[in-house]
Design a binder for this molecule. Structure first.
Ligand SMILES: N[C@@H](CCC(=O)N[C@@H](CS)C(=O)NCC(=O)O)C(=O)O
Length: 219
């Protein structure tokens, strides 16, 4: 039996959460090394495994993968979540870039000074309402999935983005009926539903302890 993928990151969502989502949606069990001590993190930095001295790092199939998008593409390709041809992949990539941009705004918000947090939350709302969600809502007008009538990484990561934005703005889907239906439908896929249950490897929203730990390790 092949070894489980091993994820190296901090004990929180950050840039690794999309990888956790994707593996879980594919039904792939994974191990995690979660760093919270400077000594352990220094050891990782010195190991030479981090090509650019950055996490996420994922060990899979004998590879040590870094760069979130490269990690996602590898997993999506391996588990048939990356469309059936180059054209579908191009669409999946575009949709994924969009959700990653939106989720990055959310991730960064936790690391801002208190005074800037509210401004960032307004920006997230504005971008979700006027830039990103209209695109996905339209794409889902007459189909259940974003691309090629089958589940892809774009669908999985869109659900992550919707749920992340809803943690700040509960009513954000009010004017996006297709996204509301999409959210309910995709959440019922058994592997995804399992990931959404308490006790899964899904991480909670960042709190002050997480933010301080990451700052201590990185700076
Ligand atoms: N382009 C990289 C960015 C990775 C990144 O910035 N990781 C942060 C932690 S979330 C990090 O390791 N920062 C340390 C540094 O850049 O020195 C990716 O998408 O994986």
């Amino acid at each position: 039996m092949a070894a489980k993928p091993k994820l190296h990151y901090f004990n929180g969502r950050g840039r690794m959460e999309c990888v956790r989502w994707l593996l879980s949606a594919a039904g792939v069990a994974f191990d995690e090394q979660l760093y919270d001590s400077k000594e352990e993190y220094e050891k990782l930095l010195k190991s030479g495994d981090l090509m650019f001295q950055q996490v996420p790092l994922v060990e899979i199939d004998g590879l040590k993968l870094v760069q979130t998008r490269a990690i996602l593409s590898y997993i999506a390709g391996k588990y048939n979540l990356y469309g059936k041809d180059l054209k579908e992949r191009a669409y999946i990539d575009m949709y994924v870039e969009g959700v990653c941009e939106l989720v990055l705004l959310v991730l960064l918000s936790f690391f801002l000074p208190e005074d800037d947090k509210e401004k960032q939350r307004c920006l997230i709302k504005d971008k979700a309402l006027h830039r990103y969600f209209p695109v996905y809502n339209k794409a889902l007008e007459n189909q259940d999935f974003l691309v090629g009538n089958q589940l892809s990484m774009a669908d999985v990561l869109l659900l992550d983005a919707i749920l992340s934005v809803q943690e700040f703005h509960d009513d954000i889907l009010q004017d996006f009926p297709n996204l509301q239906a999409f959210k309910e439908r995709i959440s019922e896929i058994p592997t995804i539903n399992k990931f959404l249950q308490p006790g899964s490897q899904r991480k909670p929203m960042a709190d002050a302890v997480y933010v301080e730990t990451v700052k201590k390790l990185l700076y």
